[in-house]
Design a protein around this ligand. Structure first.
Ligand SMILES: [Zn+2]
Length: 326
């Protein structure tokens, strides 16, 4: 019954969320899971865990599948499914990748939006790069401006770097992001002879990681976002919001970094829950005054207080003063 209720809520409330950042903010990318080479990794950053199948915290018994499901349901009841991720969810459904709810109905309310959207895998990768350290609105604007000035990726590659920087300036870090985008395009042209990443759809997760992670400027977290959003794989990127919440509810030890959290959480969270849970934790981390990394900003944005449903999941050993106080 609870699962059916969740499915209904997903369909009904998909349009409720208006605020938020569509793509992850990408900071200090984590190392990835098995299959990735560990060159340059420090001994304690999770790389050693790649050599075995036990992850960095083999004795840490959280999260359980039951708690993942319970938190997914609680956050869904609070926020509804975030509108900015709805088209990706719909695309997963259309590709037969369900999201942990049996007899799940298709998200009809985003059907038109999804079918009218022709975001290629390469579009998704560039958009993820542009989403680093900025808001959803700014990265959307930067991407739209870039595409309006240079309708094809061939034109972006041929353009002067300065012109590409000008086009994406509203998204911040323009020189860095322009260099990264042009590097992606030149690497792709050199390797594949054309500016298209659709071939990644036919590859395994480890193969996709191997293909993308050698490109300068693309970190494992960018790869994880492309895997989850654009290739419909079950992966669980760990951004700053997800990391902070995971520490506080005891899913990872208090000292965990994003690298180790990525490895641990991808082992523990059931595949079918990863997509919904990731979108919901990310959204909650931005909107909840208690859980927001930037508490002051969050308080300004959120005029009404949220009764945080995650409080009851805090483990005593991980609970800090902020979370514990009311
Ligand atoms: Zn919260």
């Amino acid at each position: 019954m609870q699962l059916k209720a969740s499915a209904d809520r997903l369909s009904r409330r998909g349009s409720k969320m208006q605020r938020g950042i569509r793509k992850r903010k990408l900071r200090s990318p984590p190392r990835s899971t098995s299959g990735l080479k560990s060159s340059g990794s420090r001994p304690d950053d999770g790389a050693n865990a790649i050599a075995n199948n036990y992850g960095p915290y083999p004795d840490h018994a959280w999260p359980t599948a039951e708690e993942c499901r319970a938190i997914r349901d609680d956050l869904l009841a609070l926020h509804g499914f975030p509108k900015e991720f709805a088209k990706y969810r719909r695309r997963r459904q259309m590709n037969g990748v369900l999201c942990g709810v049996k007899s799940e109905p298709l998200d009809e309310d985003v059907k038109d939006e999804c079918e009218g959207d022709h975001e290629s895998v390469l579009d998704g990768l560039v958009h993820t790069v542009l989403s680093q350290n900025t808001t959803d609105a700014n990265s959307q604007r930067a991407f739209a401006t870039l595409k309006s000035i240079f309708p094809t990726w061939e034109e972006v590659l041929a353009a002067e770097s300065r012109c590409v920087e000008d086009a994406i300036r509203c998204g911040g870090l323009a020189p860095t992001k322009a260099a990264c985008i042009k590097n992606i395009l030149s690497c792709l042209l050199e390797k594949k002879g054309k500016l298209c990443l659709e071939y990644l759809k036919d590859l395994s997760v480890d193969q996709v990681k191997a293909e993308l992670s050698h490109i300068k400027g693309i970190g494992p977290k960018t790869v994880a976002c492309v895997l989850m959003f654009n290739l419909q794989h079950d992966d669980f990127p760990v951004d700053t919001h997800v990391l902070e919440i995971s520490k506080r509810i005891g899913w990872v030890p208090p000292g965990a970094n994003s690298n180790k959290a990525y490895l641990h959480l991808n082992r523990r969270i059931p595949n079918e829950l990863k997509f919904d849970l990731n979108c919901l934790l990310f959204t909650h981390g931005k909107l909840c005054p208690r859980c927001s990394k930037r508490k002051e900003n969050s308080r300004k944005k959120e005029s009404h207080a949220i009764d945080c449903p995650l409080l009851k999941y805090c483990k005593a050993s991980n609970q800090d003063a902020d979370y514990g106080s009311s």
